[in-house]
Each structure stands twice: as structure tokens, then as C-alpha cells.
Design a protein around this ligand. Structure first.
Ligand code: NAI
Ligand code: AKG
Length: 534
């Protein structure tokens, strides 16, 4: 039974899903860091929101952890690099709370324009002051959005319906996406200078850390109001407090904070209740969003622990489910070629893995295929320590160069995948194709063959000599091993030859020894002789 820790508050619906799937669930949102560090080794899966820090120290102790589910969007609290190196799948549920974050942003903008929280607070204190709390309209004003993704684009659409003029900065967005929603893309500086309202909707990255600081506040108009519903570290809090103090800008509405939870001791913005509205990271906290992200995260954790790939992976290439279904035969083909190669090359040290894709297979992303190949080639050495998440990292760590290429050439076949290994004892190459009837191996070390890529094989590479086929056939016959199919390829008469035999049962090591003795007696210079079960 898998153990799953839920270390932040999530909807009960998520916990029910985990339990119904037979998981042993610990719900511990209030756990101390020390307890967390002490117990994390016990868990196969974890679900977090933004409060749990899954940093290097934690992940080093998380010896059994296979999957991290982020019930929400931003994943800056997870050390993705470390999780990847440790082969832990990480996914988020980025669509579950988009609308809630959008609506909270709009709410903050209106509250900021109309002094709603301040007037409410005053009235609760028995103060009626219509002059002090006079607001401004948002109609006709310019809203500058930094980060026009899922949330930013929806904020834009709603703001346009209020009659706002929306502009945006997003260097990574395809310009057509912005054109489609009638939002002109401008430089960061233009947005900062031209906007009455600046709203942040970027993830927290090295580039967006303190994206608004002294310099940017100095560029803003005095009537500018700033909204942050993204991440606290996107704004330099001290610089914002100074800009407010010096009336460089008109106000700010802040949902996310550099230090959470906010306390009077750690946040200078609390000194400006008339200009700064603050909420306690509530952007994604609605009943609907909480249910959505918890259900999605729980279902995905269960699915990944059952050996499926996550739908919104953060550390393996994502694939559209429809595309995945179509590409699956090629993923299976390349995995089979990798399994074959791993057994064929035996204990030789791999220097490089090359894969060449030809024909129809080029219609799909190669990344999942190449990852599957690397995993299958290295698996016999590393067992369950290698998976799709850490395959490239492990290859790199072992000095194995992985190269992929594509070509249109495929002859009469619809698709061909060729795998080449360079080892300390020589080169191996194997090509296969996917046909609706199954997988075929069509080339070994450059020699044409045609065999079903399933079942059990003996493969031998040797110097072409008369009598080899007969000797091997007789030896297998004496051991009562039936040869279902056999193909021999050779470069030239007397040159390097490869024999691939599909057999009906496993030969003993004595049988393999006898074959080797016969081949040596015939002076065939055996390069390798392997039994391969697929
Ligand atoms: N306050 C809350 O409770 C919530 C906060 N969030 C935060 O909102 C962020 C955005 O969420 P989504 O819109 O779903 O993400 P998204 O990935 O759909 O959009 C982010 C956009 O930012 C752009 N971007 C990245 N770096 C940029 C840069 N240096 N300058 C300008 N644009 C840049 C990207 O190209 C992308 O279009 C999340 O990363 C999360 O941190 C999300 C949900 C709830
Ligand atoms: O998950 C949370 O703690 C709140 C929502 C959020 O910040 C996010 O989804 O990025």
C-alpha cells in the first residue's frame, strides 16, 4: 500500500479520492519542519499547495518519494531540478484555480479604485466619510498586464468588458495569442510607463524576481495602482513601501507576499492601510478552485503511483493525450529496441546512444521516445533507479552522449527507428519498424533482416565461415530447442556476419557454452553471442 502525505490544506474531496484508491493517507498541514524532515522518507507520494517547501534538504531525505502533486499552479516552492535528479515525477494542476485568481484580481482592482475595504473598515469603526473614500472609475483607464498567460489573458478580457484599454508585456507569448484577444504587446518599460493599473501574472523565476522595484516604481505615473496576485517575490516589498510613502504611486493591492504568513514585523506595507489593500494569498482560494485542484492532484497522484504518466508534468515533456495515443506504438517500438540493445551489448560500457527517426514517426514529439530509449537501455544496470524523469540526467552523469536525429528517408516502409550504441567494445546498431501487425527488426549492424521483435532470440556476430548455421542448428536441436525463425546477414562472403534466431525456449548456459565452443572451433572470431528474451 502506498503512503501519501498531504502537507497543506486541501479540499476533503481530494483526500477521499486517495483513500478510495487504497492509499494510506496522512493529512498533516500543520506539521513542523523538523517533523516533516524526520518523516518524509516514509512517503511514496505528496500533495502540496504553496506553503510546503520541497527544497533540496527535504528531497534528499525523501527516499521513497515517487510523485509530487502540486494542487495549484505556481511551483516555485518545489526544487524541480533536485526532484528530477531523484527521478520524482512532479506535476501541477494549473487550470483548476485560474478563474478564481482572475476574479480575485478583478476584485482587488475594483476595491483599489473605489477604496472599498478602507470605507468598510471605517464604517465598522463608526466613521462615515464619503469625501475621504471617493474613488476613480476604471473605464477608459489603461491596464498593463505583465504575463499574458492563462490568468493574465482572462483578466484582460474581463477588464476590456469594463471599458478598459488593455496592454501587455509577455516576451514568451506567441503574438497571435495577444492579437486574438485584442491586446497590444508592448515592451516592459512601455507597459510600466503607460498604465494606470499594472497587474502581475508571471510565474516566479530568476527573471521575474523583484520585477517591480525602485527603478520601475520611479518610472510609473503618480496615479498608477499596482496589483499582485502572482507571487510575493515578484515585487520588492521595501521598494513598494517606499514608493507609497513618497507618493510615487497611488496604491497597491497585494494578495501574495514575500514572507507568508504576513505579520506586522515582516511587512512594511501594513503601515499604509489607506493606500495598500492586502489579502492573505486568497487568489486561488474559493470552494470551486479548492475542489478542482484537490480532485485533480489526488487523481493524478493515484494514476502516477499506478505507473501512468501525469497529465500536466513539470519535469518530463508533456504530450497531448490524443497525440500520446498516436505516438504510443513508436514509444513501444523504441523501448523494445532499447531493451534488445541493453541485453545485446551485455556488460560493455556505453559511450553514446544515438537514435534516428525516419518517416511517419517524425509527426510526433521525439522527446518521450528518446527518454524511453535511454531508460530502457540503462534499466538493466540501474533497475528502478531510472525512470523517464531522470533518464537524461543519469545518462549525462555517466558521461553518455545522447543524440537524436530525424530523416525523411525510410524506403518502402512507413516508419523506421534506428538505434546505435557506441561502447568501449565496439558499435551496435539495430533498426525496427512498427507495422499494424506488430514490431519488426529490419536491420542489425547495417545488415538487412526481417523478424518479429518479440519472444526469445539468440544473436551472434561472427566472421562468416561455412558450417556455422549447421553447427548451431544441430546444437539447439540436441538440446530440444526449436528454432522458429532465423536470419543471417553479412557484408561480404567471409566478412562480418550476424545471425538472429528466434527460438521457442530458453537455452541453458551450457547450451550457449557449446555454441560458443563450436564457433571457436570453426575459427569464426565471435564478437558477441547473446540470448535475449523480449
Ligand atoms: N494568488 C494566487 O492564489 C494564485 C497565483 N498564481 C500565480 O499566477 C502565476 C501565473 O499563472 P498562469 O497564468 O496560470 O500561468 P501561465 O504560465 O499560463 O502564464 C504565465 C505567463 O507569464 C509569462 N512570463 C513568463 N516570464 C515572463 C517575464 N519575465 N515577463 C513577462 N511575462 C512573462 C509567460 O510567457 C506566460 O504567458 C502562477 O505562476 C502563480 O505563481 C496562480 C494561481 C493562484
Ligand atoms: O496553492 C496555493 O497556496 C494558492 C494558489 C496559488 O498560489 C497557485 O496555485 O499558484
Amino acid at each position: 500500500m502506498y503512503k501519501v502525505l498531504v502537507s497543506d490544506n486541501i479540499s476533503q474531496k481530494g483526500i477521499d479520492i486517495l483513500e478510495e484508491a487504497g492509499m494510506d493517507v496522512d493529512f498533516k498541514p500543520e506539521q513542523s519542519r523538523d517533523d516533516f524532515l524526520e518523516n518524509i522518507a516514509d512517503y511514496d507520494g505528496i500533495i502540496v499547495r504553496s506553503m510546503t517547501q520541497l527544497d533540496k534538504e527535504v528531497l534528499a531525505k525523501a527516499k521513497s518519494l515517487k510523485v509530487i502533486g502540486r494542487a495549484g499552479t505556481g511551483y516555485d516552492n518545489i526544487d524541480l531540478d533536485q526532484a528530477t535528479k531523484r527521478g520524482i515525477f512532479v506535476f501541477n494542476t494549473p487550470t483548476g484555480n485560474t478563474i478564481s485568481a482572475v476574479e480575485h484580481t478583478l476584485g482587488l482592482m475594483l476595491a483599489l479604485a473605489r477604496n472599498i475595504p478602507q470605507a468598510n473598515q471605517a464604517l465598522h469603526n463608526d466613521i462615515w466619510d464619503r469625501k475621504k473614500y471617493q474613488g476613480v472609475e476604471i473605464k477608459g483607464k489603461t491596464l498593463g498586464i505583465i504575463g499574458l498567460g492563462r490568468i493574465g489573458s482572462r483578466v484582460a478580457k474581463r477588464a476590456q468588458s469594463f471599458g478598459m484599454n488593455v496592454i501587455a508585456n509577455d516576451p514568451y507569448l506567441a503574438p497571435e495569442k495577444a492579437e486574438n484577444i485584442n491586446v497590444p504587446l508592448k515592451s516592459f518599460e512601455e507597459v510600466i510607463k503607460e498604465s494606470d493599473y499594472v497587474s502581475l501574472h508571471t510565474p516566479l523565476t530568476d527573471e521575474t524576481y523583484h520585477i517591480l522595484s525602485h527603478k520601475e516604481f520611479a518610472m510609473m505615473d503618480q496615479n498608477t495602482r499596482v496589483i499582485n496576485c502572482a507571487r510575493g517575490q515578484n515585487i520588492d516589498t521595501a521598494a513598494l513601501a517606499k514608493a507609497i510613502e513618497e507618493n510615487k504611486i497611488a496604491g497597491a493591492a497585494i494578495d501574495v507576499h514575500e514572507e507568508e504568513p504576513v505579520k506586522a514585523s515582516n511587512n512594511p506595507l501594513l503601515k499604509y492601510p489607506d493606500q495598500v489593500i492586502m489579502t492573505c494569498h486568497l487568489g486561488g482560494t474559493t470552494t470551486e478552485a479548492m475542489d478542482n485542484v484537490a480532485i485533480m492532484a489526488a487523481e493524478e497522484v493515484v494514476s502516477v503511483l499506478k505507473n501512468n504518466l501525469p497529465e500536466s508534468p513539470l519535469n518530463i515533456p508533456a504530450m497531448d493525450p490524443q497525440e500520446f495515443i498516436k505516438a504510443k506504438p513508436y514509444i513501444n517500438l523504441v523501448t523494445k529496441l532499447g531493451n534488445f540493445m541493453a541485453k545485446w551489448k551485455g556488460h560493455h560500457r556505453i559511450k553514446s546512444i544515438e537514435v534516428e527517426y525516419a518517416g511517419e514517426v517524425n509527426n510526433y514529439s521525439h522527446k518521450p521516445m528518446t527518454l524511453s530509449l535511454v531508460k530502457s537501455v540503462l534499466e538493466p544496470i540501474l533497475d528502478d533507479r531510472i525512470n523517464l524523469v531522470n533518464a537524461m540526467h543519469i545518462a549525462e552523469e555517466r558521461g553518455i552522449n545522447v543524440k537524436e536525429s530525424q530523416t525523411q528517408h525510410k524506403g518502402e516502409l512507413n516508419n523506421i527507428i534506428t538505434v546505435r550504441l557506441n561502447t568501449n567494445k565496439g558499435k551496435y546498431s539495430l533498426a525496427g519498424t512498427y507495422l499494424p501487425i506488430g514490431f519488426r527488426v529490419i536491420e542489425i549492424n547495417g545488415l538487412r533482416v526481417d523478424l518479429d521483435l518479440s519472444g526469445e532470440f539468440i544473436i551472434v556476430t561472427y566472421q562468416d565461415r561455412p558450417g556455422v548455421i549447421g553447427k548451431i542448428g544441430t546444437t539447439l536441436g540436441e538440446e530440444n530447442i526449436n528454432i522458429a525463425n532465423m536470419q543471417v546477414g553479412r557484408q561480404t562472403a567471409g566478412g562480418e556476419a550476424v545471425m538472429l534466431m528466434q527460438i521457442d525456449s530458453k537455452p541453458s548456459s551450457e547450451t550457449m557454452g557449446k555454441i560458443k565452443d563450436h564457433l571457436d572451433a570453426l575459427n569464426t572470431n565471435v564478437k558477441d553471442l547473446s540470448y535475449i528474451a523480449m
